[in-house]
Design a protein around this ligand. Sequence first.
Ligand code: ADP
Length: 296
Amino acid sequence: MARVVVVGSINMDLVVATSTFPRLGETLFGTRFATYPGGKGANQAVAAARLGAQVTMIGCVGADGFGDQLKATLGREGVDTRWVSTGREATGIASITLSGGDNAIVVVPGANHELSAADIDRAEQAIRHADVVLAQLEVPLATVLHAAKLAKTHGKPFFLNPAPAVALSDELVALATLLTPNEHELATALHTAGSDWADVLRRMPGRIAMTHGKDGAYYTAADGALVHQAGFSVDAVDTTGAGDTFNGALAAFWHLGIGEAVRRANAAGALSVTRAGAQGGMPTLVELEQFLQAQS
Ligand code: ADP
């Protein structure tokens, strides 16, 4: 069983459906409201836990009902929330308004932005015992950098999913054992807009696994050859959370080697898009194995 430590965001998604978007100053009745646990960190933690990894989450929520609820949800998924701290600000939220196939989204990071280097240090024993440390960019960059350094101190692989897209420092890039961007994030993270992404991958053998939607994923083997792991053909219903599922799976299966880990991450990502919601669509280990068997 792989031990995965996730350093990242924990949000509540507040989803409102309306027949039209409200104009400035207007009040209207919506048609539906629901809350969904989210945040890239929590999503990736849940993805890895469903696939059988032993997962520890390092994050920060507010002293409020959403914070309690999100910690409880993670706990029910088997994620260790001992190192989820309580900040002064409110729990992070994403306010999502849906209308006629369009959406309008406001993200308030709140307590996620309070996650500090001290929070990482407090969880050092979890990092010391980890097989993989996995982070994204919805918590402060300085905290991510600190986590990367601590992972290195303990000789642990540090995976960085550079999402949302931010230009990374050379220092952080050098500390990342593996970067897991999509094509757009790759260009932003590595300042390579205008370059052929395949060349970028070839220049960093073994250091990048790039997701590419239904096409699957690409990585460069240690010998410099560009490898395409084809995606699995499924009927896509909702692609929300596909990238998070891929990342959680990649960490959970890393001990199988990059080729098999990417193949399984593709399968988990494909399964996730066949069902609605981010965490709602994430497969269990049994579902993944049945899916892979049915493919062979
Ligand atoms: P992001 O949402 O972060 O941009 P991608 O769209 O590249 O990420 O999706 C992540 C992974 O999920 C892909 O590499 C692939 O394995 C899987 N995936 C995403 N969309 C589909 C799809 N329509 N069909 C099959 N697999 C998919």
